[in-house]
Write a protein that binds this ligand. Structure first.
Ligand SMILES: Cc1cc2nc3c(=O)[nH]c(=O)nc-3n(C[C@H](O)[C@H](O)[C@H](O)COP(=O)(O)OP(=O)(O)OC[C@H]3O[C@@H](n4cnc5c(N)ncnc54)[C@H](O)[C@@H]3O)c2cc1C
Length: 487
């Protein structure tokens, strides 16, 4: 292999693109990406709605600061100039058919968010659901005794905070999520909604990447490693990758970037020899949640121009009763954001749902979704004239065979430090020296940034740098650095 090892990157999501582009920038020449679907981007994806493109996957920069390579790149390219940053009005309606006072809703909502904003550690086994229910009750008692509002309304609003958190996590219930989920989290700053622009990131990152080295529509079925496979020029390679269409790729190193959902769903025999037991255990223990978006396009808006979101509050819902019960899916599509600016997107709402509801709505027709959501809007807003959307576009991330959900979460009783085990590379078991045959990147391998776009990108950089160090090629000072190597 000498100075020119053959490297295959499996998956063209942000981790794969990050790994491949970084490897080229570090001087590796023989780098190929193999991707199952017909487009690059993975969980960064777009769809056409009317006359504009919308992001069907990621749309928020979690941490809009120079520390975040996603923010920096889009900023440098001038792509963030027309992003709407002004806060709009947040409308909250009650199932009894009235609107809640904006002051009360935002005041209580912020207090609820405050409960969750702390970074917890040292609570092994505890879950967010119990903690949030207990703290919410205390908060509701305080606010009620200071004469802010009825306890029932306060708990109702706090339940919305829990619902929104479930969308951030994707898990079926807050009770199944570790309270210490973000103990290693790197906070890069405020969130920024860049809807309709995130997909440009893929195009920008792949700008100079040689087209012939990005092989699309090649689903990998099997990874044989720790072997001796004869290739051209009588070279022997330790790794042989087999695709569904019969193609085979021999290489010295493969960087696996498929989602945790795909790793969970893959038969153990996808790897031959099998993955080591601790890696299989890690894949099993970590959670892979789901969220979906429902784009609702209207002829005319039934909300004012300055509205940013519409939330629907069910009577009797409290932080202790939160669920994503699929049989109650009509009640569980409660949070809608307005796509802004109107001049670009027209009159479009995005309905958000998570966990079991997100999985269930993938089985419904868009007409069913339209009918249920319209019925709720009419009831909550006491307005029978609210129109049906002219078009509904619903994402199906769980059914995407090469994704199988949205992002990783940490179940109660699990410490995110096990993500380091997932990131740990595999070397030949026959040789005493490490040869890094199989490497792992992807958001699920980043205990400090899982579930994010920058986490995926930085995990790819990390593995490229790992190979670079292996070949004694330290990263040039000018190259943006990744997170420390997971061991
Ligand atoms: C609906 C949704 C909303 C989100 N919102 C945000 C957000 O606002 N902000 C944020 O920071 N993050 C968000 N995320 C998370 C973010 O999108 C992901 O963390 C990130 O894109 C993951 O990148 P990745 O490269 O690790 O994995 P992926 O994007 O899943 O890439 C893996 C690639 O591997 C390919 N692949 C899988 N199996 C095979 C196979 N057998 N053979 C060949 N190729 C294969 C897949 O097709 C895919 O292209 C969201 C995700 C979803 C789904």
């Amino acid at each position: 292999m000498g100075e020119n090892p053959k490297i295959v990157v499996l998956g063209a999501g942000l981790a794969g693109i990050g790994a491949a582009t970084k490897l080229l920038s570090l001087g590796f020449k023989d780098v190929t990406i193999i991707e199952a679907s017909g487009v690059a981007g993975g969980r960064i994806a777009k769809a056409c709605l009317g006359t504009s493109w919308v992001d069907t996957g990621a749309q928020w920069i979690h941490g809009a600061s120079e520390a975040n390579p996603v923010y920096s790149l889009l900023q440098q390219q001038g792509l963030l100039e027309d992003v709407v940053t002004e806060e709009g009005t947040e409308l909250v309606f009650h199932s009894k058919g009235h609107r809640l006072s904006e002051y009360l809703a935002s005041h209580v909502y912020e207090a609820g968010e405050g409960i969750m904003r702390q970074q917890h550690r040292g609570n092994p086994g505890k879950n967010i659901g119990d903690y949030y229910a207990e703290k919410s009750l205390g908060l509701a008692n305080n606010l009620r005794s200071s004469g802010e509002a009825k306890q029932e309304d306060i708990l109702n609003i706090l339940s919305l905070v829990g619902k929104s958190l479930l969308i951030d996590i994707g898990a079926p219930a807050l009770n199944s999520v570790s309270l210490d989920s973000w103990q290693y989290y790197t906070n890069m700053g405020e969130d920024l909604n860049i809807e309709g622009k995130m997909f440009l990131l893929t195009e920008k990152l792949l700008g100079d990447f040689p087209k012939e080295r990005l092989l699309l529509r090649k689903a990998v079925l099997k990874i044989n490693w720790d072997g001796c496979f004869s290739g051209d020029e009588s070279r022997i390679y330790p790794v042989c990758i087999e695709c569904e269409n019969g193609d085979k790729f021999l290489c010295d190193h493969v960087v696996i970037t498929v989602s945790l959902g795909c790793l969970k769903a893959a038969p153990p025999t996808m790897f031959d020899p099998l993955l080591p037991e601790d890696k299989r255990e890690t894949i099993e223990k970590l959670g892979f949640g789901c969220i979906n978006k429902i784009f609702l396009q209207y002829e005319e808006a039934f909300w004012e121009r300055d509205v940013e979101s519409i939330s629907l509050l069910w009577e009797n819902e409290t932080p202790a009763s939160l669920s994503t019960d699929a049989t109650q899916w009509q009640r569980n599509i409660q949070l809608f954001t307005v796509m802004r600016p109107r001049e670009k997107f027209g009159h479009v709402l995005i309905g958000w749902c998570s966990g079991n509801v997100a999985r269930h709505i993938e089985t419904l027709t868009e007409a069913q979704l339209s009918a249920a959501i319209t019925c709720n809007f009419r009831m909550f807003m006491s307005n029978p004239c609210i129109p049906c959307p002219k078009r509904v576009l619903r994402t199906q991330w769980h059914s995407e065979a090469f994704i199988r959900g949205a992002y990783t979460y940490i179940p109660a009783g699990v410490d995110a430090v096990i993500m380091d085990k997932l990131a740990h590379p595999l070397s030949s078991r026959k040789s005493p020296t490490e040869d890094l045959q199989v490497l792992f990147a992807g958001e699920a391998t980043m205990k400090n940034l899982y579930g994010t776009v920058q986490g995926a990108l930085l995990s790819g950089y990390r593995e490229a740098e790992r190979l670079s160090l292996h070949y004694g090629r330290p990263a040039p000072a000018s190259t943006p650095s990744s997170s420390p190597l997971a061991t």
